[in-house]
Design a protein around this ligand. Structure first.
Ligand SMILES: [Ca+2]
Ligand SMILES: [Ca+2]
Ligand SMILES: [Ca+2]
Length: 114
């Protein structure tokens, strides 16, 4: 059994970057964190959380452009609260469905914010 993990989409100061540096936000669809085994509430491992800079409103959640059953996390680049292709993909969570109830109703439980 692994301890819960914080999966960072914010930089770790240990690698010389400020913690408010958003990672994977420079290459559009070509750079993103691929999270393969997100630990859920009640799993033997978990609950994991995904660390984001700022607040949830800075991001949009939706379906991965590569697989409609996987959750995509994008920076809401134009700040309008909805997803467009111009918004910057930073993460894909393979085992979280974009339409599951947690994502739709209490998405904040999946994240920690710095
Ligand atoms: Ca950055
Ligand atoms: Ca990106
Ligand atoms: Ca947007």
């Amino acid at each position: 059994m692994s301890p819960p993990q914080v999966l960072g989409l914010a930089a770790d100061p240990a690698n010389g970057l400020p913690q408010d540096e958003i990672l994977y936000d420079n290459g559009g669809l070509n750079d993103y964190a691929l999270i393969t085994e997100f630990g859920r509430q009640g799993d033997s491992r978990g609950p994991d959380t995904i660390q984001l800079v700022g607040e949830l409103d800075d991001y949009v959640l939706g379906a991965s452009p590569f697989s409609s059953t996987q959750l995509a996390i994008s920076v809401d680049s134009n700040g309008n609260g909805t997803f467009e292709s111009s918004d910057e993909l930073i993460g894909i969570v393979q085992n979280v469905h974009p339409l599951e109830i947690t994502v739709l109703q209490t998405p904040e439980v999946l994240f920690t914010f710095v």
